[in-house]
Design a protein around this ligand. Structure first.
Ligand code: HEM
Length: 179
């Protein structure tokens, strides 16, 4: 919403891919490269599970984690937010650049990006989440021109508070049925 170039591009991709909205299905939206990249880039800048996995406790006897010895009882986790906004891992980390998930940006380490976590507790609902995100965005952007409401400034996601999950501010937009 804050990046007009990306918004126009994803709108065009969706509107050129379908003739009627009934063609927008779970299968057909999976092939929309730019839509998929927009969703990934949105998640990178505002990871829904910003501290995910939620903290675990190192068991009795301690454990080696990433080459470091960690004593029993220590709470450990991975903070996705700083990992995704760090210039160590991403080029121009504060900018919304969906293209990094298509052709790649020099210096990006995309393997850092694991919003659904990894391992045996990896998100069970990730495929459903992907379907919901693709279908919702595709249906909305196919039918409506969506712009920030007049006089309303869309905030950077980072301006919101977070306590494991985000306290989201209202997003006030105008929806106009496209011609
Ligand atoms: C963009 C949306 C979502 C994100 C970013 C996300 C992220 C995550 C993350 C990071 C974990 C690991 C938590 C941990 O181990 O501490 C997790 C676990 C889980 N998620 Fe999601 N999730 C999403 C949507 C969903 C949906 C839609 C469902 C179900 C309908 C779901 C069901 C679960 C379940 C059941 C687990 C626990 C898996 C286990 O412990 O074995 N998630 N999710």
């Amino acid at each position: 919403m804050r990046n007009h170039g990306a918004l126009n591009k994803v709108e065009s991709e969706i509107r050129n891919a379908f003739v009627v909205d009934s063609e927008i299905t779970i299968a057909s939206v999976a092939d929309l490269d730019y839509l998929n990249a927009v969703i990934q880039e949105g998640i990178r800048l505002g990871p829904p599970a910003a501290i995910g996995p939620i903290p675990r406790v190192v068991p009795a006897g301690g454990a080696e984690i990433c080459g470091q010895w960690v004593t029993a009882g220590t709470h450990v986790s991975l903070n996705q937010y700083p990992a995704y906004r760090s210039s160590t891992n991403f080029t121009r980390p504060e900018e919304f650049i969906p293209e990094r998930f298509i052709e790649g940006l020099e210096g990006d380490i995309l393997s850092v990006f694991e919003p659904f976590s990894v391992g045996r507790h990896k998100c069970l609902g990730r495929k459903l989440a992907w379907v919901e995100m693709r279908l919702t965005l595709a249906r909305l952007l196919y039918s409506f021109d969506i712009r920030p409401a007049r006089g309303y400034q869309v905030l950077d996601y980072a301006k919101q508070q977070i306590f494991i999950f985000w306290v989201k501010e209202p997003l006030i937009v105008s929806l106009r049925l496209r011609e």
